[in-house]
Write a protein of this length. Structure first.
Length: 665
């Protein structure tokens, strides 16, 4: 028996980006653990990733190329083919497309790695002149908001939350989606800090906080303005910090004064005393820290809500303290260290192909002119995760659309492909990672050889480039050569190989004396305001009368977007797709706990099991996601009822801006 350990990194769309220790016995992975010597992982992995061997060795793992032999409106049927046959046919189909911008790549964060993400794929699309993809589906509203306010996606160090005396967890179920931040928050709590959770749903995190403020979806910006108003009238402001480090304060001050607690309470569906109490806690406690997450920006006014919340630590001077300030994303800290030429944008040679927003892929597949003729999907499952899925499915079912999917499993999207190509998992390939929750660069070493005929994304795109006759030497570069090009020389690759990570030299209190990344070096408040939902009584009272319940679709605890849904041990914990509803709303509709119900609107109808639960506040139902459609009661999931309208900035999807009615199914 031979046993060895390998340094790895978690590839998934999570702020923690954990350093992993992979134990291999007789060339089979038997255990994946968090590395105890990595400061941001401190030995712990979430339940999902700790079961990564179960995912890699899953009996339904795709290990050979598959070719479709059934119509796309029929039950999917595939036959096994060789790599040579698949690549030759795919290349021939792509060469037959006269306008290369009718070739559409579609990818996101199935891996967050710089190498297996877009390094070689981006080179191929640039060389072909394929359509570009606006990757908006998760975080672009909040990212645009931080860029407008702070100059980039920047925030405080996660570890410093342990020293805060007040932590406001805003739009985040941290126990589920940010485990290592929660460790620091819990440490602060044990040392006397007050924890406040702001979320429409009474999450597992809210259970552990001192206070839960259950705002209506899409009203976070109004609450932020109400807090500002109380800071002003009670003079809980750091006037020196504002004068030296804030632009646009007079404009924002005037807007905030129009939001007394009673008005905020009416819009947000909370009490005026909750508004006053939150402002008092925030304005009188030092240091105070805010942990935002992306749920609150998945509404029409999500970008403005982030901007308003991001101004709060500037008004109180919380940024003066290492344990004060705010964190939504830390990814901007890596920008000076990443090589912008890794994906070879020069291969476009001056061409500017059209840009397609991934969040409106349903409309794009049905309406684009000229039409999308070929679709390449990797690191994503759009049939399950993209909004308004009836249109997405209809678009994927076009018989004249040639679709290739790189995958580990037969997802909802793979079921509608012409070719499915088997990709490696994180345990089988080389990669490097940055993070949006901490400021360490990490390396992932392959622990075992690829199973079956699976290949890394990079190798698939190399071989496809060769089949297409592309001769630029960049398509022959190895993964090791790509890693060597991923960063500036400030990142020590030898250290990454031996230790597994390298921290960036970020100040402990990065904005203690201003120094924001805006052009002026000052935080920018100009233009920030409350923007209500598309679908709410404020903007469309007639629609709200027909569909009186707001629906949000937060992730199920044991899934990560649509990843891990097919891991049986995790799916057994979740049970089945659920719609959570407050007892008063259920009673008003004569609905009993455990019944099958349908949430519906003009876009579609989603059937799931009803759970009458205090986790849902009155007027809001929670459709926990993102289940694969094929595992739903009627072959659908919660995106049957979401829409494709975009946010106020960042052109992101407004998943949580959604009105429905619920009835017995």
């Amino acid at each position: 028996m031979t046993t060895r350990t390998v340094h790895g990194a978690c590839p998934h769309d999570c702020p923690d980006t954990c350093a992993m220790q992979v134990t291999v016995e007789n060339e089979r992975v038997i255990k994946v653990q968090g590395r105890a010597d990595h400061p941001n992982t401190h030995g712990a992995l979430c339940t999902k990733v700790s079961r990564y061997p179960e995912r890699t060795y899953h009996p339904e793992r795709l290990l050979h190329p598959l070719k479709r032999i059934s119509k796309k409106t029929e039950a999917p049927q595939f036959v096994r083919v060789s790599w040579a046959e698949a690549l030759a046919d795919i290349a021939a189909r792509l060469k037959a497309i006269s306008d290369p911008q009718c070739i559409q790549p579609y990818s996101y964060a199935g891996t967050m790695g710089l190498i297996q993400g877009e390094a070689m794929a981006g080179r191929l699309w640039n060389a072909l002149g394929a359509a570009r993809l606006d990757r908006t589906i998760c975080a672009s509203a909040g990212g645009a908001a931080l860029a407008m306010t702070y100059g980039h996606k920047l925030g405080m160090h996660t570890r410093h939350f342990a020293g805060a005396k007040l932590i406001v967890i805003w739009g985040s179920n941290s126990i589920t989606s940010n485990l290592h931040f929660w460790t620091y928050a819990n440490q602060a709590k044990r040392e006397g800090a007050k924890l406040i959770c702001i979320d429409p749903r009474k999450t597992e995190t809210a259970d552990k906080c001192h206070q839960h403020i259950a705002v209506l979806p899409g009203t976070d910006g109004a609450l932020a303005l109400g807090v500002m108003r109380e800071l002003i009238v009670n003079d809980w402001l750091d006037h020196d910090y504002i004068a030296r480090h804030v632009d646009g304060w007079d404009e924002l001050r005037g807007k905030a004064l129009d939001w007394p607690p009673e008005r905020v309470a009416e819009v947000c569906g909370i009490s005026a005393d909750e508004v006053r109490g939150l402002a008092r806690d925030y304005g009188t406690t030092t240091p105070a820290a805010i942990r935002m997450n992306y749920g609150l920006q998945r509404v029409r006014g999500g970008g403005n809500a982030v901007r308003l919340i991001a101004m709060l630590p500037c008004l109180t001077g919380a940024w003066r303290h290492p344990s004060g300030g705010l964190l939504l994303s830390a990814s901007g800290w890596f920008a000076p260290y990443k090589n912008p030429a890794l994906e070879r944008p020069d291969l476009l040679a001056g061409r500017m192909p059209r840009m397609v927003n991934m969040s409106t892929i349903g409309d794009a597949l049905l309406q684009a002119d000229p039409p999308i003729q070929a679709l390449f999907v990797y690191n994503s499952n759009p049939v399950a995760v993209a909004p308004e899925s009836p249109k997405v499915v209809k678009g994927f079912q076009r018989e004249d659309l040639f679709t290739v999917v790189l995958e580990h499993f037969m997802t909802d999207t793979a079921d509608l492909a012409d070719y499915v190509l088997p990709a490696t998992t994180q345990l089988e390939h080389l990669d490097v990672h940055t993070s949006y929750g901490h400021t360490d660069v990490l390396m992932n070493q392959p622990a075992v050889q690829p199973l079956g005929e699976a290949k890394p994304n990079t190798q698939i795109f190399r071989e496809l480039a060769a089949a297409l006759g592309l001769t630029d030497p960049c398509f022959r570069e190895t993964d090791e050569e790509l890693v060597a090009q991923a960063f500036t020389p400030d990142i020590d690759l030898d250290l990454l190989r031996t230790q597994g990570w390298q921290p960036l030299p970020i100040p402990e209190a990065p904005f203690a004396d201003g120094g924001f990344r805006t052009a002026s070096g000052r935080a920018n408040a100009a233009g920030a305001d409350f923007v209500p939902n598309y679908e709410c009584a404020l903007t469309d009272p007639a629609l709200a009368a027909r569909y009186p319940l707001a629906m949000i679709s937060p992730p199920a605890r044991n899934f990560l977007n649509s990843s891990f849904v097919n891991v049986k041990s995790l799916r057994d914990i979740e049970g089945e797709p659920l719609i959570e509803m407050h007892a008063t709303d259920a009673a008003a509709r004569g609905l009993a706990d455990g019944a099958l119900v349908a949430a519906f609107n003009d876009r579609g109808r989603y059937v799931a099991r009803l759970k009458v639960s205090p986790r849902a506040r009155p007027g809001v139902v929670n459709g926990l996601g993102v289940w694969w459609r094929k595992l739903g009661v009627q072959g659908t999931n919660v995106n049957e009822v979401t829409h494709q309208r975009l946010t106020d900035m960042g052109e992101a999807p407004a998943f949580y801006d959604c009105l429905v009615e619920v009835q017995a199914a």
